[in-house]
Design a protein around this ligand. Structure first.
Ligand code: HEM
Length: 449
């Protein structure tokens, strides 16, 4: 028998014109947490005239991301930033997305990751060679540089050096202005071409990044032989198969997307992890014990991954406590049921890693950093989507394995060489932009072991 459809429960009202836009813009983590605490696991509210539904029940999230994924597209934050994302893997839909995902997948399989592992370690080693005993570093900046260099080399067989520092600063600027647009519901609803200062700066930065990417594509066009990186694969396919549907613009979108999605999230995972280790010397000591036991003084290798179990638990716990992607948005394209609730076409849906990962139903002492909690039994009993740093379903992060390998390799190489001390006097605040960053860069002092 079909169960009865229930009306949606109550949610916060917000102001007459803007609904809850202000709260969502200014204090999204607190606002969404309050929504969960006050209204429960399905919370409707409005942003301006637009209906939004915040879901906070693993089963509902499974419906949106897996069983009824076909009823949902990416949300306005992605759709209204086409100059930035283009039609790359993160933002495309339908058959184009399927084709892109099929093309990119081999670059993220087990065999490819084995090759990347060596590059990840070499790049980390090069960074560590620059560091000296007693030095204070801005950790987010260093981690961004590290992961950008690794993404460029592994996926596009290209080096990020001082010569392309303009590219790096333009990419950082583009990300900053994108965050400004995403955090301002008014800007987000207007096309990027409307000449507000944020939009003008964003388009300028994208243009600079694009110039470098198109040059890279042009240069590579005649040199794909013997190359197996993702860029060469795309170009070879375009040149050799008339019906591939690939254009230079589409290749640009893919490269841009992978630079963007492929470095900042992992850089933030490493940044938060190193910060948490500096603040939890007991956990750092257990980590060093594992490194000494498994590596016995030599550099980590890809094959060490499975033995570095505590290191992996630290990364998992860090992404629970400080999820680099703190929320995912969707929009439903036809009326559908979530649980017993009917959701009307055109409703924006928010799923939040931040709120879910701090939920007392699933985690005891949810605000504490406790890597030990990740026993196989705990992991087995945790409902799917009570922990989802990489999303889930067909649009799950393609770089999940890449990011885990990179984080474990880089963390073990860093912690093997240096112990960390938080520079005193820092008031560490969260900045939930597109990703969850520290509001100001964190300064850590390094001590050689
Ligand atoms: C700790 C690091 C990372 C985190 C937390 C993360 C998180 C996520 C999440 C939550 C999604 C799903 C977004 C949605 O459903 O709307 C996603 C998608 C994606 N990620 Fe990651 N990511 C990470 C690293 C990477 C890396 C290293 C790469 C590439 C080198 C990458 C490339 C992508 C791409 C291309 C997509 C879109 C996939 C698709 O729609 O088919 N990510 N990521």
């Amino acid at each position: 028998m079909k169960s009865a459809v229930k009306p949606l429960p109550k949610g916060p009202k917000g102001s007459f014109f803007f609904g809850c836009a202000d709260k969502l813009k200014n204090q999204p983590l607190e606002f969404l947490t309050d929504c969960r605490n006050q209204y429960g696991n399905i919370v409707p509210f409005k942003v301006g005239p637009f209906p939004v539904l915040f879901l906070n029940e693993p089963e509902f999230m499974h419906t949106v991301l897996v069983t009824q994924a076909h009823n949902f597209t990416k949300d306005a934050a992605i759709k209204n930033n086409r100059a930035f994302f283009g039609q790359g893997l993160l933002s495309s839909e339908g058959d184009l997305w399927k084709q892109e995902r099929r093309l990119a997948s081999p670059s993220f399989n087990h065999k490819s990751l084995e090759l990347y592992g060596q590059i990840m370690i070499e790049h980390t080693q090069k960074m560590l060679d620059r560091f000296v005993d007693g030095q204070t570093i801005e950790i987010q900046k260093e981690m961004m540089g590290l992961t950008l260099g690794i993404a460029a080399k592994t996926l596009f067989d290209s080096e990020i050096t001082k010569d392309n520092s303009e590219f790096v600063s333009a990419l950082i600027d583009a990300q900053k202005y994108l965050a400004d647009r995403m955090n301002n519901p008014l800007l987000l609803l207007l096309p990027e071409s409307v000449p507000f200062p944020t939009n003008i700066h964003l388009l300028e930065a994208i243009k600079k990044v694009d110039t470098v990417i198109f040059k890279l594509i042009d240069e590579r066009r005649n040199h794909t032989e013997g190359k197996h990186d993702l860029l060469s694969t795309f170009i070879a396919l375009k040149e050799n198969q008339e019906n591939s549907g690939l254009t230079d613009k589409l290749i640009r979108d893919e490269v841009f997307t992978l630079f963007f999605a492929g470095h900042e999230t992992t850089a933030l995972t490493l940044t938060w992890t190193l910060y948490l280790l500096a603040s939890h010397p007991d956990v750092a000591a257990n980590l060093v014990h594992e490194l000494n036991t498994v590596l016995r003084g030599r550099l980590p290798e890809v094959t060490d991954y499975s033995a570095l179990t505590y290191t992996e638990k630290i990364i998992k716990e860090s992404m629970r406590l400080r999820p680099p992607v703190w929320a995912i948005g969707r929009e439903n394209i036809q009326d559908c049921l979530i649980g017993e609730y009917e959701i009307k076409k055109g409703t924006a849906v928010i799923l939040s890693q931040w709120v879910m990962h701090h939920d007392k139903r699933f985690y005891d002492s949810p605000d504490s950093f406790k890597p030990e909690r990740w026993t196989p039994e705990f992991t087995h009993n945790l409902p799917k989507f009570a922990y989802f740093p990489f999303g889930g379903g067909p649009r799950t992060c393609i770089g999940n394995g890449f990011a885990m390998l990179e984080s474990v390799m880089a963390l073990s190489a860093i912690m093997q060489k240096f112990s960390l001390e938080l520079e005193p006097g820092q008031n560490v605040k969260l900045l939930p932009a597109v990703t969850l960053r520290p509001e100001k860069d964190l300064r850590l002092r390094l001590h050689k072991r």
